[in-house]
Design a protein around this ligand. Structure first.
Ligand SMILES: *Cc1c(COP(=O)(O)O)cnc(C)c1O
Length: 388
């Protein structure tokens, strides 16, 4: 088959049944049958490539995984019920007690909770580097360091990390580089090109793209995916075939949707830069972004998330949210509907102000996940909320 992204997204498909259906049907079955004792023995011994039980594999989840594998230029993958299922299982499968992680400080909230609250129970410690201080990262590496972990762009401050540099450092120190590529999607950025060993997605965000189902996936080196698969088939975080069917369909339009999200987001970012009530705008493809050159090097477009800071701190942020009319106040992102959040008073309110600043969350920071409404309507809503 062609190796072009759009063609892979549409034409990677489960083998047709005797009914010659055009689109892939839903395989809502928990288990599969065998011809005879020998077929069953050989299948369980993995001498035959057969589905046994949907906790292990299912035609719908396999199709979804095969698409992400192709899009990320990976060797293999496994799909999970949620993005966090993917993050947790990836670490849990590959780490032993006493191992050490070096991670970007700016990671998804629940990932941060794994590092601080749960992994220490198994004697797995994590050291953190700041997104703008990659030059200090090598000092954090210990003899027991096994994984180098990062997200780019980051949530919610939309910082961009140099994946090529991370790839070089991982190689030099013999670490596994694991990248959560959720904000970029496989359409905008392929971390494996820069040396990542594994790539994780929360499929709940732009991969579904319409705010319907949860899902997650890890793809990358076949030997590592084998370990992750064995862990997952015993511990049970498998993606449901129904959600896989929805997500595989969504991937057919990923490139179109993401490209439009990015066009709209760039227009919103440019508009906000000129608004007097806005102190600062952060968007990877604005020349004012501190890592603009890196973003241009590793991303196709700037992504769907714009972060901006309004004058007046926490109260101004809350007032802005109260004045929003069309856009949604919601915890999701990467939806067709534009979503605004105020991290300092919500998702990150439990952190001290100093800890918030460490990860780039100022009191007036607003995160806007720009959707697919007409961009003039999005800008009008943000404008009237800022003006009032
Ligand atoms: C949402 C998100 C996750 C977790 O995904 P779920 O599907 O909600 O479990 C992980 N990483 C990033 C960057 C996210 O945005």
């Amino acid at each position: 088959m062609s190796d072009k992204f759009e063609t892979l997204a549409v034409r990677t498909q489960t083998e047709r049944t005797q009914f010659d259906e055009h689109a892939t049907p839903l395989y809502l079955t928990s288990s599969f049958v065998f011809q005879d004792a020998e077929d069953m023995r050989a299948s369980f011994a993995e001498e035959r490539d057969k589905n046994l039980y949907s906790r292990f594999s299912n035609p719908n989840t396999t199709e979804f995984v095969n698409k992400i594998v192709a899009m990320e230029k990976a060797e293999a993958g496994y799909a999970f019920a949620t993005g966090m299922g993917a993050v947790f299982s990836t670490f849990a499968a590959l780490l032993n007690a006493g191992d050490h992680i070096v991670s970007s400080r700016s990671v998804f909230g629940s990932t941060h909770s794994l590092f601080t609250k749960y992994f220490p129970k198994w004697n797995i410690e994590t050291s953190y580097f700041k997104v703008d201080e990659l030059d200090t990262l090598e000092q954090l590496i210990q003899p027991n360091t096994k994984i180098l972990y990062a997200e780019s762009p980051t949530n919610p401050a939309v910082d961009v990390l140099d994946l090529e540099l991370l790839g070089k450092l991982a190689k030099k120190h013999n670490l596994l580089l694991v990248i959560d590529n959720c904000f970029a999607t496989p359409y905008l950025q392929n971390p494996i090109d820069f040396g990542a060993d594994l790539v994780i997605h929360s499929a709940t965000k732009l991969i579904d793209g319409q705010g319907r189902v949860l899902g997650g996936v890890t793809v990358g080196r076949a030997d590592l995916i084998r370990e992750i698969y064995l862990f997952a088939r015993n511990t049970g975080p498998a993606l449901s075939p129904f959600n896989a069917w929805v997500l595989s369909k969504s991937l057919e339009t990923l490139s179109l949707r993401v490209e439009k999200h990015c066009q709209n987001a760039l227009a919103v970012a440019k508009y906000l830069e000129g608004h007097p009530a806005v102190k600062k705008v952060k968007y990877p493809f604005l020349p004012s972004h501190p890592a603009y050159d890196i973003a241009k090097k590793q991303m196709r477009f700037g992504g769907s998330i714009v972060a901006f800071e309004i004058e007046g701190g926490i109260d101004a942020g809350r007032k802005f949210l109260n004045n929003i009319k069309m856009c949604s106040l919601s915890a999701n992102l990467g939806d067709t509907r534009t979503i605004v959040t105020h991290p300092a008073s919500t998702t990150h309110s439990k952190l001290s102000e100093a800890d918030r600043l460490e990860v780039g969350i100022t009191d007036g920071l607003v995160r806007c996940s720009v959707g697919l409404e007409h961009v003039e309507d999005v800008i009008d809503d943000l404008k009237q909320a800022l003006d009032s």
